[in-house]
Design a protein around this ligand. Structure first.
Ligand SMILES: Nc1ncnc2c1ncn2[C@@H]1O[C@H](COP(=O)(O)OP(=O)(O)OP(=O)(O)O)[C@@H](O)[C@H]1O
Ligand SMILES: [Mg+2]
Ligand SMILES: [Zn+2]
Length: 326
């Protein structure tokens, strides 16, 4: 016997009906079908489950991707009948389908190979008394963010700042993966520099894809991770586009998670006494802040859009290397 979600009998943005068909041979020699009708509006199976024969429903047009015909729970239907404590019945998505949706979302998330194994769970915190490290707190905030997503976070993002090798990218990837796996989200990872290139490309009339096609995933992604903010200084017009992206995302309550090496402070340059060019260059290397790199207006907008998480700790790359080579 083969079961399957056969068709979407009616479909609109707010409501759909699914018919689960179980073909059965009847003693009269004809093939009959046993239908379970699930209505998304009532979120319940029709209480009267009946025999319906000679009914021809339209050809299947629902999302059958990721259905697992070998699934022992649903036999490929993708739906599972559950009984509530009060005896009422309902249909919910089968775990095989949830898992395959997560796998597709992870594959589409553009996570760099180097961070394919990075998770919140394997983010170690080396905080000890009197060291002034804040990695424990950063991990705690990241986990809390995942738990509270999406209702309580309500479009807020995370701004992870800190020195080299404190695990900012690792933690950002860990949050993205957890949102996909635990909260059913989808999202995409971009290095800041690559995003700038994409923005520039979208203005390039030579490319075949339209500006909208190129920019769509960035504007619309449910979660956008933007790694190493400030790593390159874009020109004013690219910069304006970026500000537009971040603003639009925030207004649409879409979450943006950013990492940066630059201290989350207002611009330092050009303040105080006048400096020689040489002094200014030296100061720039030493003291450049996030405000210097992305402009004060954008920085203060980010303050509004994101929970700021300062990550103070050792350079994990150095620590791990030392531990490895003794
Ligand atoms: N606390 C940690 N626990 C486990 N692995 C870590 C931790 N911190 C960093 N790592 C690992 O060390 C490497 C460097 O970390 P990561 O790239 O996340 O640091 P970063 O703060 O983003 O550095 P950068 O400032 O250079 O971008 C990665 O392989 C990451 O998985
Ligand atoms: Mg990084
Ligand atoms: Zn299943």
């Amino acid at each position: 016997m083969r079961t399957g979600v056969d068709t979407v009998t009616s479909k609109s943005l707010s409501r759909y009906r699914l018919a689960l068909r179980v073909p059965l041979s009847h003693k009269d020699g004809n093939e009959h079908s046993y239908y379970l009708i699930f209505d998304s509006h009532t979120r319940q199976l029709d209480s009267a489950v009946s025999w319906i024969s000679m009914v021809r429903l339209p050809a299947p047009n629902c999302d059958t991707e990721g259905m697992d015909e070998a699934c022992e729970v649903c036999g490929g239907a993708g739906m599972q009948l559950i009984e509530r404590a009060d005896g009422s019945r309902a249909v919910r998505e089968c775990v095989c389908r949830t898992r395959s949706r997560q796998q597709r979302a992870l594959a589409a998330a553009n996570i760099p190979r180097l961070y394919s194994a990075s998770t919140l769970d394997n983010y170690e915190t080396a905080d000890r008394d009197n060291q002034g490290y804040t990695l424990n707190h950063a991990k705690y905030t990241a986990e809390k963010f995942v738990r509270f997503y999406p209702l309580e976070t309500n479009g807020m993002g995370l701004l992870l700042t800190g020195s080299i090798g404190t695990g900012k990218t690792h933690l950002a990837v860990g949050v993205l993966k957890a949102l996909i796996e635990e909260r059913g989200a989808t999202g995409i990872f971009f290095h800041f520099h690559d995003l700038i290139k994409k923005v520039q490309n979208s203005f390039n009339r030579g490319v075949s894809a339209t500006e909208q096609e190129i920019m769509e995933p960035i504007f619309r992604a449910e979660v956008l991770v933007l790694d190493e903010l400030g790593a390159s200084k874009p020109s004013d017009w690219v910069f304006d586009t970026l500000a537009h992206i971040l603003n639009t995302r925030y207004n649409e309550r879409l979450t943006t998670i950013l990492t940066t090496n630059y201290v989350n402070r207002e611009p330092m340059l050009g303040r105080g006494r006048p400096m020689s060019a040489m002094e200014e260059a030296r100061e720039a290397l030493r003291n450049e802040t996030l405000g210097d790199r992305i402009g004060e207006r954008m920085r203060s907008r980010l303050q509004e859009m994101c929970m700021s998480v300062e990550m103070t700790g050792p350079d994990y790359r150095q620590t791990a290397k030392r531990a490895h080579f003794g």
